[in-house]
Ligand binder design. Structure first.
Ligand code: HEM
Length: 433
């Protein structure tokens, strides 16, 4: 039998399981189901993202349309218990990314069963699972509970409090993050559910968020809930030339190099922010004003005064009266590398929609009532947050015209280790030292 931690394929695919069982999962024994594995079809193989490699999936991976993100608090008393949970998680994550059930059906998993089954019959859907560690893994409430305090990377700083922050404790922080991304929301949610099941007693949910993107045609920038294209001026992917607005390569912006501990090399730092958008207020603003706030045209996505989405921002351009075409308080000016001493991040955000709830808006003042709890689940990756999100957002939090429509209600910072080698579990080198 194969090692359960390496994810080596021994059982049927999720789809094969149904095909082989004639749909009668409940009535068939696991052993007979396991014998029914059909060959993997060409189409199914194309819907798989690699799990093992130099980098974890879900960062450079072309963005899937759905995410389910969960931050966990650790309950484990000893480092070994954390390592055991990560071994189980790695094995299950590898299997699910390949389109399999979370655990091998031939294993003795009589207590909790091999898989909850909510993704049975579904394709791998380009599932990726990305793990990250919050500051609480290294020390919590002043206690070095796992003997890892001295291993905390310098770049895993506590995020400062920014102007306008309304972070709710129940939506903020976390010792470990698990982000599942897939082109099917059920596949993403199922993956996190299975990992949560395997972590029983060692970790518990702190907060979670589901996100989605429109099914934009291939190579088109998706729009966020404000109706603007979001992602235009991200660092270019490997193999494409840098531009004046995005001068650093993707690799230089995102991946930790020799400056980090070995378990972080090829990894990245994730800053997550749950940002509620006052959609009622936005929907009543004129498009002209919306464009001034962002600094780009709404329909084309081009910088103000230009026609093509990919045209350069040219921040020095002025109108006939000498006023900047892209306002001093425009979001893109404040986010631009040129405004931030060259600092760049890679944004991989999703929209979120959690219905409506009673809200007291901070702007317009005193407006209160039932409002959408919807907005942007902002996720960005970088080599060092001190020279990425923190540097850029410090200024933005004070000056951005967008702030009159947005409120940061939660989030966290997580060190996402480098890629996982076959036969190892995530961050094994951190735990074995
Ligand atoms: C609800 C919140 C937000 C919305 C709706 C939003 C939307 C946008 C849009 C429409 C663009 C222009 C298109 C593009 O280049 O992708 C943009 C650019 C950008 N945003 Fe945001 N954003 C939000 C929050 C943030 C936050 C919190 C940061 C933190 C650093 C940020 C950083 C950036 C950066 C760096 C750019 C690229 C600027 C450039 O170089 O042109 N955004 N955003």
């Amino acid at each position: 039998m194969s090692c359960p931690f390496t994810g080596t394929r021994t059982g049927p695919t999720r789809r094969g399981l149904l095909v082989g069982a004639g749909g009668a999962l409940a009535s068939a024994g696991a052993a007979s189901l396991a014998r029914a594995a059909p060959p993997v079809s060409q189409g199914e193989a194309e819907l798989r993202e690699p799990f093992f490699g130099v980098h974890q999936g879900g960062i450079a991976t072309p963005q899937q349309t759905h995410t389910y993100f969960a931050a966990f608090d650790l309950l484990a008393k000893a480092r070994d218990e954390v390592a055991t949970m990560l071994q189980l998680w790695t094995g299950a994550a590898a299997r699910m990314s390949a389109g399999d059930t979370a655990r091998d059906l031939g294993q003795d998993v009589s207590v909790e069963g091999p898989d909850g089954g909510s993704a049975l019959g579904l394709m791998p859907s380009r599932l990726t699972i990305t793990f990250g560690f919050g500051p609480g893994l290294f020390s919590k409430d002043g206690s070095d509970r796992y003997g890892l305090a001295s291993k905390r990377p310098a770049a895993l700083v506590d995020l400062p409090k920014f102007n306008g922050d309304h972070l709710e404790p129940g939506l903020t922080g976390g010792d470990i993050s698990v982000q599942a991304c897939a082109d099917d929301p059920v596949v993403a949610f199922h993956a996190v559910r299975e990992l949560a099941r395997l972590s029983y007693g060692a970790a518990q949910f702190r907060w979670a968020e589901a996100g989605f993107l429109p099914q934009a045609p291939k190579d088109e920038t998706p729009r966020n809930l404000m109706g603007f294209k979001d992602g235009t001026n991200n660092p270019r992917r490997a193999g494409t030339a840098p531009t004046p607005d995005s001068p650093k390569s993707f690799d230089a912006v995102v991946w930790v190099g020799d400056e980090g501990p070995d378990w972080m090399r090829g990894g990245s730092y994730l800053v997550a922010r749950r940002i509620r958008i006052s959609l009622e207020h936005w929907d009543r603003s004129e498009i002209d004003f919306q464009e001034q706030v962002i600094g780009r045209h709404k329909y084309s996505g081009a910088p103000i005064g230009k026609t093509d989405e990919r045209d350069s921002l040219d921040l020095d351009r002025v109108d006939g009266d000498g006023n900047p075409l892209i306002a001093d308080t425009a979001h893109v000016r404040l986010g631009a590398a040129a405004t931030n001493g060259g600092a760049q991040i890679f944004r991989r955000p999703y929209s979120y929609n959690d219905g409506v709830r009673f809200t007291a808006e901070r702007w317009p003042p005193w407006r209160q009532g039932m409002m959408y709890d919807a907005g942007l689940f902002f996720l960005c990756y970088q080599r060092d947050p001190r020279d990425g999100f923190i540097k850029i957002y410090e200024n933005m939090a004070k000056l951005d015209a967008l702030n009159q429509f947005t409120t940061h209600t939660g989030g966290g910072i997580f060190a996402c280790p480098g890629g996982i080698r076959e036969g190892e579990f995530v961050a094994q080198r951190l735990f074995s030292t």
